[in-house]
Design a protein around this ligand. Structure first.
Ligand SMILES: [Zn+2]
Length: 406
């Protein structure tokens, strides 16, 4: 009997120790999220807002959706940038007009969603707004524009979109546009960096206090922006090229220049920007074959042919699921920037609903896992607060005050 009792006590003791050990770090994470003004500077959720069956006021599930208002609350996320995204098409007047319409629809949809769920979220336009909205227990929704394609070559549209609430513009997307060269255009350079119009756009954005976003743009475009921008800039969703060797990521020289500019790189959660893909897998090989089709004959196919390629793509993804990088792999990028230039120049930009998502951070509600990992690596509270928003809001405020001087 005595032995039984002692065994019982040992088990209870172990349970208590485990509970305390299990709860403590989580409590700490919660405390930090309550204290911080947390921001994710990039998601593509407005694309989903245009779909009828999507309800942002309800808890949704990945992979179909990774950002919704209740999920933001659950994940201790105070603010987010919704990107009005348009993909780059051939730069005809018709396509430019269509992109302009789409961007406007996404902005309208963002305002509508916040109006519909006004007890949960509000559209924010100034750096101060996030603090006020957070204090009211709501989520601050900022608007960014991913790809300057909707501007066409009309400089007046910069002010027009600013007046609609847009607070950053990602100058281009996967292909070159009238503003600058992209890091991933198959044809290569067209303007050798920023075009003449692109320089005007930079000047205009500085004047208005609109933040310039260098994610997606070519290295030469980046250095041109550094040269011409009077205000600090951001990479709203980019990672470290020395770790994941993708052109979309930033090399050390760029990160150093960004820090000198007092800007910030917001590390992206997209798999190939976090870890180089394993090229030995069947999935990789099959996808490579399909990518070749996309790059060559796809555009000249009829609808039937295109649909066959698309469903083949889906089949491969289902049959050979990929192993996603983890939060630990992700925080390696934060570490890298911290070691290279210091903690003041790094933040978080998920790219959720645009390709972002890790094995243990699949949607906004999982963001505390990133905080937990930083704690494990002995980041101080001050450092974590900087990563989660302090750095970004410093850049935002600087853009606003420079605009007032201009
Ligand atoms: Zn993007």
């Amino acid at each position: 009997m005595f032995r039984l009792i002692s065994l019982f006590l040992v088990v209870v003791g172990l349970l208590i120790i485990n509970t305390v050990e299990g709860e403590e770090p989580e409590k700490r994470v919660n405390e930090i999220h309550n204290k911080a003004l947390t921001v994710d500077t990039h998601c593509d959720t407005p694309m989903l807002l245009l779909r009828e069956n999507f309800d942002i006021g309800k808890r949704n599930a990945p992979p179909q959706n990774r950002v919704d208002f209740p999920g933001m609350k659950e994940g201790g996320l105070d603010a987010i940038f919704f990107a009005a995204f348009t993909s780059q098409r051939e730069r005809t007047p018709e396509n430019t007009e269509a992109a302009y319409q789409t961007a406007n629809k996404m902005i309208d949809a963002t305002f509508d969603a916040c109006k519909k769920y006004s007890e949960m979220a509000e559209v924010a336009t100034t750096s101060e707004d996030a603090t006020r909205i957070e204090a009211a227990g709501k989520r601050a929704i900022y608007i960014g524009m991913e790809n300057g394609f909707p501007l066409g070559s009309d400089i007046k549209r910069v002010t027009e979109f600013y007046n609609r609430g847009v607070r950053y513009i990602t100058l281009c997307h996967s292909s070159n546009n009238d503003i600058c060269d992209s890091s991933t255009d198959r044809v290569g350079q067209e303007h050798n960096g920023l075009s003449r119009f692109g320089k005007k756009v930079v000047r205009e954005m500085n004047k208005l206090g609109m933040i310039i976003d260098v994610s997606h743009i070519s290295d030469k475009s980046f250095f041109d922006v550094i040269k011409y921008s009077k205000a600090p800039i951001i990479a709203s969703h980019s990672s470290v090229r020395s770790i994941a060797h993708h052109n979309r990521n930033m090399n050390d020289e760029m990160i150093k220049a960004l820090a000198k500019n007092k800007g910030v790189i917001q590390i992206c959660l997209l798999d190939v920007y976090i870890k180089d893909p394993d090229t030995t897998t069947v999935r990789y090989q099959k996808e490579k074959e399909l990518r070749e089709i996309f790059n060559t004959t796809f555009n000249s196919m009829n609808d039937d042919g295109k649909n066959k390629v698309r469903s083949r793509w889906r089949e491969i993804r289902e049959k050979y699921p990929r192993e996603l990088p983890t939060v630990a792999d992700y925080v390696d990028h934060i570490d890298y920037v911290k070691n290279l230039v210091g903690i003041d120049y790094v933040g978080i930009g998920s790219d959720f609903d645009g390709g972002g998502g890790l094995a243990d951070c699949a949607d906004v509600s999982h963001f505390p896992n990133i905080t937990m990992e930083m704690l494990k690596r002995d980041y101080t509270e001050e450092e974590i607060l900087k990563v989660w928003g302090g750095n970004f809001f410093r850049v935002f405020r600087e853009n606003e005050s420079l605009a007032k001087i201009n």
